[in-house]
Design a protein around this ligand. Sequence first.
Ligand code: DQA
Length: 150
Amino acid sequence: MRRKVVVLNGPNLNLLGTRQPDIYGHETLADVERACRALGAELGVAIDFHQSNREYEIIDWIHAAREDAGAIVINPAAFTHTSVAILDALAAFDGLVFEVHISNVHKREAFRHHSYVSGRADGVIAGFGTQGYLLALRRAAALLAPAPAA
Ligand code: DQA
């Protein structure tokens, strides 16, 4: 499998750091991207990192991942609970899929307890803050083919 991981972020995550910091913390999405890229370099994994408030853009990035990525790490945000289209796109991707939620969705409102994406995910992380992205990346790197010897 290819050692490229595509990290996808759904709606409102562009506001990370200022949006409900009591729930999502003070780190910005740029901080998360920086941390993912640094860990990717350490693990020998190429990182693509995207955020969109538009469902179709997330679907297009999942389609693009079919070409050259071994894993997708996705925080679909509110689309988690609504999007059959994102589930279908992920089902058309042959690699690993890890679903990440910054907050523990199971401790929150009932409508957040169901995830369409979990039906396809190889692993789910919720409630570990932004560290969840890094844990998912470590898992992806561990499962993908070893990095070629330097
Ligand atoms: C979230 C949880 C979702 O329920 C919510 O809609 C989000 C963020 C999280 O990271 O905890 O936007 O995915």
